[in-house]
Structure formats: C-alpha cells, structure tokens
Write a protein that binds this ligand. Sequence first.
Ligand code: SF4
Ligand code: SF4
Length: 93
Amino acid sequence: MIITKKSCVRCGYCCTQYFTAIVVIPELGPRKDNIRSINMLEERCPHLEGDRPGEYSCRIHHYEWFRDTPCGQYNSDGCGLGEYIISNSKKDD
Ligand code: SF4
Ligand code: SF4
C-alpha cells in the first residue's frame, strides 16, 4: 500500500499513541505556565473527543494559536497514516 499525504481523517492515532506538549487551559493560550507534556499511552488528552477511528476530534483545534503547537504542526500537512488506520479498523467492524 502507498501511503500519501492527505488531510486528517480523525483516526485518533496521534492523539492516543504519542508523547507531545499540549496547551492546558485553551483560553490562556500557549504560554510557559500553561503547557505540559503528555504521554497519550498513559493518559487521555483532556482535549480529545470521540472513541472511534474516524470520529475523533480536538476541542481546541479552532484556536488561532493551535496551528503553531506541536499538534497543529503535525496536523497542518495532514497524513496518510489515518486513512490506513481507518481502512483497517473497518475490517474489524
Ligand atoms: S490537543 Fe488536540 S490534537 Fe493535540 S493531542 Fe489533544 S486532542 Fe489531539
Ligand atoms: S489522520 Fe493523521 S493527523 Fe489525523 S488523527 Fe490520524 S494520525 Fe493524526
């Protein structure tokens, strides 16, 4: 299978399997005392909604500063990994 760069299809993989930095209180934005690291393998991101590949979403995605966060940078170009994960999760349904 060829995995090409496409927009996010909400598979949830990078929000449930990665280690990254997140903004804690969205209203305060990305300032030093409002950022923490999170290992999604050990805890769920507090901004994540949904429970099924293809149905995940991020509660803070609409903030203007989001595109400059690690999550925003990762999502900005999209990815083909999600398509692969979703097509495989459908086989399990
Ligand atoms: S902040 Fe949003 S994009 Fe980043 S891990 Fe949490 S739910 Fe996913
Ligand atoms: S499709 Fe890609 S960017 Fe979107 S949640 Fe899945 S792994 Fe992350």
